[in-house]
Every structure is written in structure tokens, then in C-alpha cells.
Design a protein around this ligand. Structure first.
Ligand SMILES: C[S@@+](CC[C@H](N)C(=O)[O-])C[C@H]1O[C@@H](n2cnc3c(N)ncnc32)[C@H](O)[C@@H]1O
Length: 342
């Protein structure tokens, strides 16, 4: 029986680290093959699993054994394989499924980009433009539609999950309106309108994104009478009055874009307006390995970065915001609660 080992000696740990790609590839393969979906509640023989996911049994056993070393699936003494907490998260139908995220973080473009990390570190610039001759999201939408689709599904999944946590954390009693800037399909707005039945909510995002806003917020939806959908570029203008502005996972691009967006929020809200910025941090967080990996991936694809607490606070302060509280939303997101000064 193979089990998840902990703390091997340093030489072995380093050997394992340089094989990190094998681990990521194994998770990706299991997700693409649908092994977690095929594995039932009771342990299954590899032959039955192989028949269900249409693979050869012997290489499937090798894949599952490799994953079991990391606690993704568990090999039983009789040679069958069982689910673990982590392998269940690869199921499409798990309420906390990470299948789309697992695919997104291991998409083909990532395997082109990672070997050029030294170059990105040397220059401080993304490598995607050099690799594909265009900006990352243009490349994704024009040349890699399958990856674009995986991205949208991954974002939707993670937005749904974190929106519930954001709404649970934020006390917006007394506010009449909220605006989510770069709010994607509007999961945070929907959760807040559910929590506060008198509140009105606006969603501002790029036109092609709000086209796919949640049906609940659009005409005919149960929240439509309290929701406003605003297509636009938050770096150009934020024509949305609100008592509270939410800015979640968008200040990860270049500094100039961050400064412009914050300036527009401050102008739109005016003195005393509450602004809640929600971000992953690369310090003082229980998810350092995850956050720093995302930080490097952002460097590779868009030349962006995740922030430290200080770098976030200094940008908010420079924009004219008073940071009053910093609280974890969950193990990988922090909320910076601010008011516009003056
Ligand atoms: C990582 S997603 C976060 C989405 C959402 N806030 C969430 O946390 O689930 C970044 C969002 O910023 C939006 N965005 C990017 N550039 C923008 C711009 N110039 N103006 C408005 N939204 C923008 C993207 O379309 C995307 O929805």
C-alpha cells in the first residue's frame, strides 16, 4: 500500500520538487480521464476503473499509484483504489469541485511558459507575448478556445465558491447599494442581494464578460429589478454610484492599471465611501505555496503580480483610501476594508 508520505530528508525532497511537473501532469491526466468521477464510493479494482474511463489497466494503476503518494486517491492493501478527500475534489459533481481549476493551472500554454521563468525573472516581463506573438487573453480567445473555455469554467467555479464566503464575511448593514468592479458574471453581487433583500447592486465588467452575467441578474431573473449591469472598462471610467464598492481579484495587473482603477473608484464614490478590496496575498497567509505559484504564473502570462500586505496597503493609501481592517475571507483570500479619505 502506498500512502502520502511527509517530510522526507532534504536530498529526497529536492528530487521530488524537481519532479513537480510529473505531479501536476498526473493530476491533470486523472482530471481529463474522469477517474474521480468513475470511482464510486466503495474502492474499485483498477480493471473496472480502466474499463469505465477507457484506458489500459496497467498504466492506469501506475498513474493512480503516483497520485496516491500525494494523497490523491488511496491504494488499498488488496490493490483496489479508494477516494480520499482530495480525489473527491476532482469530481465534476462535488459541491467544492476543483476539477476545472486543476485543468486551468495545467493547460497546454503553462507547459510552454514555465521553462521560461528564468527569462521572466530576468526581465520582469511576461513570456506569453514572445511565445505566441500576442497578449495572453487575446491568444486565449483567438488561438486556444478550449483553454479559454476551461478558464471560464474555472473562474465561474471559484467565483461561486468564494462569493458565498465574501457575502458571509461582509457586514453591509445600512448600505443601500453595492457595486462590484470587475465582478465577472456577478456571483458576489447575487450573493449580497440574497443576503440583503433591500439592497441594489451593480456589476461592472468588460462587455464580452457581462454578456454572460448570471441569468438571475439579467432581464427576467429574480434579482433583475435590483441589479444593474454595466459594460465598461474600469480603467477608463466607473459610471456607477454606490455606497460600497467591491474589487475582487482584479488588482493583479500592472501598477498603472491598478492606480487608474482605484482613482476611478474614489471619484465615483467620493469621500467616506466604503471600498472593499479582496486579493490573494503572498505573505502572512496559510496558502503561501499556492499564492506564490499563482504569482509566478501571473508574471508569465500577463506580467502581473499578487501583492504582499504592504504593497497592497501602499497602493490603496496612494489612491486616497484609508485602510481600516484586513481580514481573511478564507485560507487564500484577504479583504482590505477601506474608506475614501477626506
Ligand atoms: C480574475 S477575474 C475576477 C472576477 C471576479 N471579481 C471574481 O473575483 O470572481 C478578473 C476580472 O476582471 C475583469 N476585468 C479585466 N480588465 C477589466 C477592465 N479593464 N475593466 C473591468 N473589468 C475588467 C475581467 O473580465 C474579470 O472578470
Amino acid at each position: 500500500m502506498t500512502s502520502a508520505e511527509t517530510a522526507p530528508p532534504p536530498p529526497m525532497r529536492l528530487r521530488e520538487l524537481v519532479f513537480g511537473a510529473a505531479c501536476a501532469a498526473a493530476v491533470r491526466a486523472a482530471a481529463r480521464l474522469g477517474v474521480a468521477d468513475a470511482l464510486e464510493n466503495a474502492p474499485m479494482a483498477v480493471e473496472d476503473l480502466a474499463a469505465a474511463v477507457k484506458t489500459e489497466p496497467k498504466p492506469l494503476r501506475r498513474l493512480l499509484r503516483a497520485l496516491s503518494c500525494y494523497g490523491v486517491f488511496a491504494e488499498q492493501p488488496d490493490g483496489t483504489f479508494a477516494h480520499t478527500e482530495m480525489s473527491r475534489l476532482l469530481r465534476e459533481d462535488d459541491p467544492n469541485s476543483l476539477r476545472a481549476i486543476a485543468l486551468w493551472c495545467t493547460e497546454p500554454w503553462t507547459w510552454d511558459a514555465w521553462p521560461r521563468l528564468d527569462e521572466a525573472v530576468r526581465t520582469g516581463k511576461n513570456v506569453v507575448e514572445d511565445l505566441y506573438g500576442k497578449e495572453f487573453f487575446t491568444y486565449l480567445n483567438e488561438d486556444a478556445p478550449e483553454s479559454a473555455d476551461v478558464f471560464n469554467r474555472a473562474m465561474t467555479r471559484s467565483s461561486e465558491q468564494s462569493a458565498r464566503e465574501v457575502a458571509a464575511l461582509l457586514d453591509l448593514s445600512g448600505a443601500r447599494s453595492v457595486a462590484d468592479i470587475g465582478g465577472g458574471q456577478g456571483h458576489v453581487v447575487a450573493c449580497l442581494l440574497d443576503k440583503y433583500p433591500e439592497m441594489r447592486g451593480s456589476l461592472l465588467d468588460l462587455p464580452r464578460v457581462v454578456e454572460n452575467a448570471l441569468p438571475r441578474l439579467r432581464e427576467g431573473g429574480d434579482l433583475a429589478h435590483r441589479a444593474r449591469i454595466v459594460p465598461g472598462d474600469a480603467r477608463e471610467a466607473i459610471p456607477v454610484p454606490a455606497d460600497v464598492y467591491i474589487i475582487k481579484n482584479i488588482l493583479e495587473w500592472d501598477d498603472e492599471s491598478t492606480a487608474r482603477l482605484l482613482r476611478n473608484v474614489v471619484e465615483a464614490g467620493g469621500p467616506g465611501t466604503r471600498v472593499v478590496v479582496i486579493e490573494n496575498l503572498v505573505d502572512d497567509t496559510p496558502s503561501m505555496r499556492f499564492s506564490t505559484a499563482m504569482d509566478l504564473l501571473l508574471l508569465l502570462n500577463v506580467g502581473g503580480a499578487k501583492h504582499t500586505t504592504d504593497s497592497m496597503v501602499s497602493r490603496l493609501t496612494a489612491a486616497g483610501l484609508r485602510v481600516e481592517d484586513i481580514r481573511p475571507v478564507n485560507p487564500y483570500l484577504h479583504a482590505f476594508d477601506c474608506h475614501v479619505s477626506g
